[in-house]
Write a protein that binds this ligand. Structure first.
Ligand code: PLP
Length: 288
């Protein structure tokens, strides 16, 4: 992972990254009692900022945490963080924890002051060689909880799964639950069979991915229909194309699954069109 850039957001202040400190009694540290967002930023402009802030608000709501800032204030802080780190193409991380209370009680005391933390890193676009090669995926049983719709910092299962995938040479874990595709360990998944594109519907088993919405808009612009349906695990082996989508990886072709080629083992024709149109959409929404 690329390094955090020099300026960090902590509780409404922009400070030097190496000076950022929180208490070990912060409930984010003790309980992962916290939610987060990752907002991609192209040409110094956040992509789909309002959708990311709306999802952050929904995650806070699910934890019974009040939103520390208005949307306008979030926008201001996010743009301030981007600018202070030199703009360009960035990933921006935002986290809100329930706050600090000295002790450790599962039941949180009421009305703690939330901790708000944010940092940015430079997003490096994939090389032409990486684009041509695509990524290897490894299917793994989803061992996460049943509120995967909340963007919680409790990511231990995802970390374990991602490590398992990496040990088998995979760049992403493709998670399956009850014989059906859930999502990637940190991505949404799309499949293509005989020209028909599908992705699983919204559910507590998966995060409502913002990039999935962007890819949906890209497909609409290309006049390609998208079906939302549950996808059985045994369908995955026969797919012509599989892509993952996330804020930092955009749409990325999975060219091998469990050591076997997906389609002809190269990024497919539909992915190529989606990738090109995605770049056009970014230019349109974030400027050249
Ligand atoms: N699903 C999971 C579990 C994720 O962690 C992520 C992103 O980190 C996604 C899907 C993709 O979401 P987004 O497109 O908003 O980055």
């Amino acid at each position: 992972m690329p390094e955090a850039l020099s300026t960090t957001l902590l509780n409404g202040e922009l400070i030097a990254t190496h000076e950022a400190r929180i208490s070990p009694f912060d409930r984010g540290f003790l309980f992962a009692d916290a939610v987060y967002e990752v907002v991609p930023c192209s040409n110094g402009q956040p992509l789909r900022m309002d959708a990311h802030l709306a999802r952050l608000a929904a995650s806070l709501d699910a934890l019974g945490l009040s939103n520390p800032y208005s949307t306008a204030r979030w926008r201001e802080l996010l743009c301030g963080l981007i600018e202070a780190n030199g703009g360009g193409n960035l990933g921006v991380y935002l986290q809100v924890t329930r706050g600090t209370s000295i002790g450790r009680d599962f039941l949180p005391p009421p009305a703690l002051e939330p901790t708000v933390f944010g940092f940015a890193w430079r997003l490096v676009p994939p090389t032409p060689e990486q684009l041509t090669r695509g990524l290897a995926g490894v299917t793994l049983e989803d061992i996460r909880w049943l509120r995967c719709d909340i963007k919680s910092t409790a990511l231990l299962a995802a970390v374990m799964l991602r490590r398992q995938a990496a040990e088998r040479g995979g760049g992403e874990a493709i998670l399956v639950r009850d014989e059906h595709l859930a999502e990637g360990s940190s991505s949404a998944v799309f499949v293509v069979k005989n020209g028909l594109i599908a992705t699983p519907p919204a559910s507590c088993k998966r995060l409502p991915s913002i990039t999935r919405q962007v890819v949906g808009d890209v497909l609409t612009a290309l006049d390609l229909p998208l079906e939302e349906r549950e996808i059985a695990t045994n369908e995955l082996t026969g797919m012509n194309e599989i892509w993952i989508a996330s804020a930092t990886r955009e749409a990325c072709a999975i060219t091998r699954l469990d050591g076997r080629p997906v389609g002809d083992g190269c990024p497919g024709p539909v992915w190529h069109r989606v990738y090109r149109e995605f770049q056009i959409l970014k230019q349109r929404e974030c400027g050249a």
